[in-house]
Design a protein around this ligand. Structure first.
Ligand code: SF4
Length: 546
């Protein structure tokens, strides 16, 4: 049951108890993925390693990361799954990515194209698996084109496709030639990586290779930016788009919330890349810096204070007095509006505990919102992060390249001879850095968490249950796989992949929504009235051999 608990004692005892239940080899492996945090020490956490079979993980597959996460929110590309229907069906509309409705304006360049609500798949059957599915894929591309006349079609390989060896790239190449539109494929078979993380990397590579840089006709503006790693869950991107517009900042493209294929093609015309979800998108930020000369900075628009900080960082980057003043006035106005709501919510939330076990960013970024509510994040971890997401980018040179990492192509990117333009000279960078400005930097989650907070990578269901029992948090943030098990234990679970039916939570308006939702979730007494079924029924207890 959710009770106040300000116990930040060393959770090593809990770790021992969790590990005791595992067979010896499993315990040895899992022990490296659990850290009692100490921000003053250098600590190494095991992450981005394969989940142990038999453990109930939160993770998705490589295909899910490529098609579901990165390309999924783009409205005017037909995302065609080459594989059995299950892969396509279960990666369809599960993240509540929103997009603008088709416009009735005849001058709208999009022509009302919006394919997000469709699920396209080759629906591979037994005979296609035995005799090959390339013909079926080609026919599906042609059919999709005949029906919708899209400006681009992307093809995603699922596990069976990799196993039977269909060459999706060759089929895409032929279709591109025949149709005269951009058709490109992704070798993102589910088994290819440790988790969906591999799919993000593959998506980043594909977008840079086949899409970015194809259209120089980007929007005009004095301050042109791209927002990377924002997926418009529950309308987050809408809030941010309005904010940038009010401030006179031109958003060339968002990868990929409320995005269009044209905006991706024009992304190289921006002067700054802002990275929100570091894990899913840092690759494209790095590659665009090398290829086009666009610097990247880490930002977080989740939380009112975090949003203010990120906006100030944009102002500092562009070094424009008018923009800086405008940002300050905007922040003062917005923080004033936010304060009334957060103060009211704090009467309920202050001192309560939160846990976050979500993707590759949200387990960190949402801690800002909890801080604003005076709640403590007692335990957190990522589903698909790598060590740098926990420990900061300075560990990059020490990360061991293993067989799984080698499985994912590292693009060899060089300067574009025509389109490279250095946005900040070495002198400009040095001057900004001397004032504390950080380029290409991310300190990771552990630096921001308190001493003795418990950090767990790729948490299992068993570990989730033990953590909930031990800490009795006021709220647990995760996804649908954990939702009902945690709620049966009397603890509310807020989905942070899809926001349940809530949101937006980004920017100042989003922060207000989150405060209000948390006040209600944490404040309700309903959870105290729940008796989990196992309390009144016999329980079967078993042991597992090594
Ligand atoms: S793991 Fe393979 S079969 Fe399963 S959903 Fe992912 S791509 Fe499809």
């Amino acid at each position: 049951m959710p009770t106040e608990n300000t116990n930040f004692n060393d959770p090593e005892e809990l770790k021992e108890e969790i590990l005791k239940k595992y067979p010896r080899k499993v315990a040895k492996k899992r022990a490296k993925s659990m850290i009692t945090n100490d921000p003053d020490q250098i600590q190494e956490i095991q992450s981005n390693v394969r989940t142990i079979p038999g453990i109930i993980t939160q993770r998705g597959c490589t295909y899910a990361g490529c098609k579901g996460v990165v390309l999924g929110p783009t409205r005017d590309v037909i995302n065609l799954t080459h594989g059995p229907i299950g892969c396509g069906f279960y990666s369809w509309l599960t993240r509540r990515n929103q997009t603008r409705p088709p416009s009735e304006d005849p001058n709208d360049k999009l022509n009302g194209e919006n394919y997000i609500s469709y699920c396209f798949s080759t629906d591979m059957q037994d005979e296609n698996i035995v005799f090959g599915g390339e013909k079926k894929l080609k026919a599906a591309i042609m059919e999709a084109y005949d029906l919708f006349k899209p400006k681009a079609i992307s093809v995603f390989s699922t596990c069976p496709i990799g196993l039977i060896g269909d060459d999706v790239h060759q089929v895409a190449k032929e279709a591109k030639k025949e149709l005269g539109i951009n058709v490109f494929g992704f070798s993102c078979e589910g088994y290819r990586g440790v988790s969906q993380s591999a799919g993000h990397h593959i998506a980043n590579n594909g977008l840079l290779t086949h899409v970015v840089g194809r259209n120089d006709d980007g929007p005009e503006g004095k301050f042109k930016v791209n927002l990377l790693g924002e997926y418009n869950i529950g309308g987050d991107a809408f809030v941010l788009e309005e904010m940038f517009e009010e401030l006179g900042i031109t958003l060339v493209s968002t990868f990929s919330g409320n995005s269009t294929i044209t905006s991706f093609e024009q992304a190289h015309t921006a002067d700054l890349n802002m990275v929100m979800c570091h894990r899913s998108i840092n690759y494209i930020a790095e590659m665009m810096e090398t290829k086009y000369g666009i610097p990247w900075i880490k930002v977080n628009f989740i939380g009112a204070e975090a949003t203010a900080k990120a906006l100030r960082k944009i102002g500092e980057y562009f070094e424009d007095k008018e923009l800086i003043d405008k940002i300050e006035q905007y922040i003062t106005k917005k923080l004033g509006e936010v304060k009334v709501v957060v103060d009211k919510a704090k009467a309920v939330t202050s001192g309560k505990l939160a846990m976050l076990f979500v993707g590759g960013s949200r387990a960190h970024s949402y801690q800002e919102l909890f801080k604003e509510l005076e709640m403590e994040t007692i335990s957190a971890g990522y589903e698909f992060a790598h060590r740098d997401d926990y420990e900061g980018r300075e560990v990059l040179p020490n990360i061991k390249i293993d067989a799984d990492s080698r499985n994912i192509e590292e693009l060899h990117v060089t300067q574009d001879t025509e389109k490279f333009e250095l946005r900040k000279s070495d002198d400009d960078r040095a001057r900004l850095e001397s004032k504390g400005f950080k380029f290409s930097n991310y300190d990771g989650m552990m630096a921001d968490m308190k001493k003795n907070a418990f950090v767990v990578d790729d948490i299992t269901h068993w570990e989730t249950e033990k953590l909930v029992e031990f800490f009795k948090p006021a709220v647990f943030c995760a996804g649908i796989k954990e939702k009902y098990a945690v709620q049966k234990m009397g603890v509310p679970l807020k989905q942070l992949h899809s926001y349940d039916y809530g949101g937006p939570y980004a920017g100042f308006e989003g922060a207000v929504n989150f405060y209000t939702d948390m006040e209600r979730i944490v404040g309700t007494k309903i959870w105290d009235l729940i008796t989990p079924p196992w309390k009144g029924e016999p329980e079967i207890v078993g042991t597992v051999g090594v």
